[in-house]
Design a protein around this ligand. Sequence first.
Ligand code: NDP
Length: 329
Amino acid sequence: TRTPVNVTITGAAGQIGYALLFRIASGHLLGADVPVNLRLLEITPALKAAEGVAMELDDCAFPLLRDITITDQLNTAFDGTNVALLVGARPRTAGMERGDLLAANGGIFGPQGKAINDNAADDIKVLVVGNPANTNALIAQRNAPDVPAERFTAMTRLDHNRAVAQLAKKAGVTVEDVKRVTIWGNHSATQYPDVFQSVVGGKAGFEAIGSDQAWLEEFFIPKVAKRGAEIIEVRGASSAASAANAAIDHVHTWVNGTAEGDWTSMGIVSDGSYGVPEGIISSFPVTTKEGKFEIVQGLEISDFSRARIDASVAELVAERDEVSKLGLI
Ligand code: NDP
């Protein structure tokens, strides 16, 4: 039998946590043959709710679920962790400036980065879901100097999946026939979902959508970038199951690899590729293999795409400068 993998989830008693935990425990994160220990980190007032979720996990009698730890202590939560899903974050409330939001989250992700640095397993992989995800990931990464920088990632897979679904609908193909979509930049309204490299139903993506530039600019790009707000408006609550699903996809792809001829989108520490300043956490097209990823190189970037990538990257640079000014990195 295999040794269980330690998976830590922060904000485990929240909406996304509730949609995430049962799928991790049933083998969808790492594989149907990989046992898991769950470490649930919550703030003290939410510990009781986390206990309730743990009771439900018990009641599922998942064959792969070995052990559940519930704690409000960082060092316990990240002790020997192999995979950390950082979901809990401070949401933006009315009247909050970007600086206030970043400062509040710095108080969460700085100490978590340090606890990961001091306690996690050598093969630790971190996915930040809690917003502002890219900059929260940067804060955690910079507080974990002993962990290789590429182990800290931010989630743009939900944006990626949303783009795939919209393209499939428009072209009248199944989602499996949509490949090589890229989300560039920040997980925010400035993100750039790029169809120009995509292959849809075996054709160049732009051709597959009828070379419809107006649809691309007026429908597709804002649709993907603002889908979260649309879900809130229609459902009356923010997306949780689709966000949890994307977190599962992100880690599963990172661990198990991308399919031949395809790639995915991940927020990762920039190495300067495509003119994205080194060190910020920006979304790129990546291939993965045996737990490692590489940025897809050599893509031709049109002026249309360049302007949009640059705008989103500029926002990330501004966020980095802000957290640097606040002494968080
Ligand atoms: P959710 O579980 O719905 O969301 C958690 C985080 O995920 C938010 O920052 C949210 O950002 C973000 N997120 C990223 N992508 C998406 C998406 N596509 N759709 C929706 N959300 C997305 O929040 P809850 O309030 O239900 O739960 C949060 C939990 O975290 C609470 O139980 C709280 O106690 C806990 N918490 C734990 C901390 C810790 O362990 N140290 C610290 C802070 C909170 P956005 O706000 O932009 O929607």
